[in-house]
Design a protein. Structure first.
Length: 95
């Protein structure tokens, strides 16, 4: 795999995963998972699952609510964050 292909793939992976995007934004702001859990009232375990990408294939109201709440707590555009989630194909749509 060429360096260009690897760079393109890793950029697509980073841009494509809402969980990774939110984790990167949290780290940039130097906010710990415990602090984020306190700010959002979302359990740390759920935040860990979100950042690990376990919510990336869920497009239900529950997942959208988590993404929206975390984005707002980080000072991000919550609608943009939800749209990142919606761009990801649901797991059952993948062949």
């Amino acid at each position: 795999m060429s360096k260009t292909t690897r760079n393109t793939k890793s950029k697509q992976d980073a841009e494509g995963s809402v969980g990774r995007y939110l984790a990167d934004q949290r780290r940039l702001r130097k906010i710990s998972l415990d602090e984020l859990a306190t700010l959002t009232k979302i359990p740390r375990r759920s935040l860990e699952r979100l950042e690990a990408g376990l919510f990336d294939d869920l497009h239900d109201g529950f997942a959208r609510g988590f993404v929206r709440t975390v984005a707002q707590a980080l000072g991000l555009d919550s609608e943009d964050a939800v749209m990142r989630l919606m761009r990801e194909p649901p797991e059952d749509a993948v062949e």
